[in-house]
Design a protein around this ligand. Structure first.
Ligand code: ADE
Ligand code: ZN
Length: 338
């Protein structure tokens, strides 16, 4: 294996854009369906995988919401989360910032507490046993109405110790950030940091709204920023991180060829892109696979890979002290491995 590929595998990394429900592997989906007596339109692993052909974000979301219907108990959420964290330990991921979609569960009669306790049980265990630190970010489903987002926020307010921030995901087009301005105002008053998916399929205007109306501290995806030079300049000046998800972009037709992925343009424009997996079970790869896919397609050099690795820590929500020590560990690795 080439030096740069071994470097990517061994490099300490942080993942900043990961939907925990998107880590549900077909094997676990079928096993949980059996365990919980949930009917799925799939009989075999091959049936499940055959459904993973998407022409756009909405195609994927339909399959994603169906898949998560097998998650019912605290144990299910624990098993799901721990399986992801164990994989990340093997990929030298040392910090994760995880999204979860409570409305995808409460709408099916699963309580907010069941979801949150299962996930946090696994995060606590991973902190001790796998030495992986974490932050949890609760997303509002943007295709649902504002009042349901407010209800979800009030559940989160009872669990502030476990939830660091709020985000915005699901169907982007037709659901601009402005729809959730009041919810995000309230969330910030309650002390949550804010992020939002913007510019994945939606226009640069949605990125501008995420900045100006939701006061996000990080942009999730943001690919379409490159259509607006003023916005690029503005975001580059702040140093704000963007969570880029190469395999997701390919599988959802945000890019039609990995060789045309805008990652290098983002780096060259002085933006702060990071590499992430989004929904790895559905898109064909976790962190290492995302780095390798984009490195190969764009022929990224070692300095570019190091920049992306560093960005994953500078763009994280670690405390200043923990960020410094993670960056020190990263720099030590770079020095030793070279
Ligand atoms: N939910 C899970 N993955 C998503 C994505 N890539 N975009 C929007 N919502 C999502
Ligand atoms: Zn996402």
């Amino acid at each position: 294996m080439a030096f740069i590929q071994r470097f990517i595998e061994k490099m300490p990394k942080a993942e900043l854009h990961l939907h925990i429900e998107g880590t549900l592997e077909p094997e676990m989906m079928l096993a949980l369906a059996r365990r919980n007596n949930v009917k799925l339109p799939y009989q075999t692993i091959e049936d499940v995988k055959a459904a993973y052909r998407f022409s756009c974000l909405q195609d994927f979301l339909d399959v994603y919401y169906l898949g998560m219907s097998v998650l019912l108990t605290r144990q299910d959420f624990y098993d799901l989360t721990l399986a992801y964290l164990e994989k990340m330990a093997r990929q030298n991921v040392i910090h994760v910032e995880i999204f979860f979609d409570p409305q995808g569960h409460t709408s099916r009669g699963v309580s907010f507490d069941t979801v949150l306790s299962g996930i946090t049980d696994a995060l606590d265990q991973a902190k001790c046993d796998l030495k992986i630190s974490s932050r949890l970010i609760m997303c509002f489903l943007r295709h649902l109405p504002e009042d349901e987002a407010f209800e979800t926020l009030s559940s989160a307010c009872k669990c502030k110790d476990h939830i660091y921030g709020v985000g915005l995901d699901s169907s982007e087009n037709g659901h601009p950030p402005s729809k959730f301005q009041r919810v995000f105002d309230q969330a910030r008053k309650e002390g949550f940091i804010t992020v939002a998916h913007a510019g994945e399929e939606g226009p640069p205007e949605y990125i501008r709204q995420a900045l100006d109306l939701l006061h996000v501290q990080r942009i999730d995806h943001g690919n379409r920023i490159l259509e607006d030079a003023d916005l690029v300049h503005r975001v580059a000046k702040t140093g704000m991180a963007m969570t880029i998800c190469p395999l997701s972009n390919l599988r959802l037709n945000v890019v039609d060829d990995m060789k045309k992925h805008p990652l290098r343009q983002m780096l060259n424009a002085g933006l702060c892109p990071t590499i992430n997996s989004d929904d790895p079970s559905y898109f064909g790869g976790y962190m290492t696979e995302n780095y390798l896919a984009v490195q190969t397609a764009l022929d990224l050099d070692l300095d570019e890979i190091k920049q992306l690795g560093r960005n994953s820590f500078t763009g994280s929500f670690l405390s200043t002290r923990d960020k410094q020590s993670a960056l020190q560990r990263f720099d030590d690795f770079c020095q030793k491995f070279s």
